[in-house]
Design a binder for this molecule. Structure first.
Ligand code: ZN
Length: 105
């Protein structure tokens, strides 16, 4: 069964898009990104020139918007991984270096 996809957000760049995608997928929301290929084709341009659309299934739009709003309003502090000592940005739930969950100590 094919749900229609709805764009719920324009990310300013690929990094933000992928952070949001990861966050939404953690909540079992399927995500598609648009505009990425533009970004890599225009390799000479700074990455933040190209906006990336975040698309979710129509029946998950409401849930996705709530999560995105929370993401936008939250001011996450950076955190240091207790496992490997790596410094991570606050919006990431797991250490990019070793995969350690931020909430597990
Ligand atoms: Zn780590």
């Amino acid at each position: 069964m094919n749900e229609p996809w709805v764009k719920v957000y324009n990310a300013a760049n690929n990094l933000e898009a992928h952070s949001l995608k990861g966050m939404l997928e953690n909540e079992n929301i399927a995500v598609q990104l648009s505009g990425e290929s533009l970004g890599s084709a225009a390799g000479e341009l700074p990455a933040d020139v190209v906006q990336v659309g975040i698309w979710v299934c129509e029946n998950q739009v409401t849930a996705a918007r709530v999560l995105i709003e929370r993401y936008e309003n939250a001011d996450y502090p950076d955190w240091r991984c207790p496992n490997c000592g790596e410094q991570n940005e606050g919006q990431f739930e797991i250490c990019w270096q070793c995969g350690h969950d931020k909430h597990t100590f």
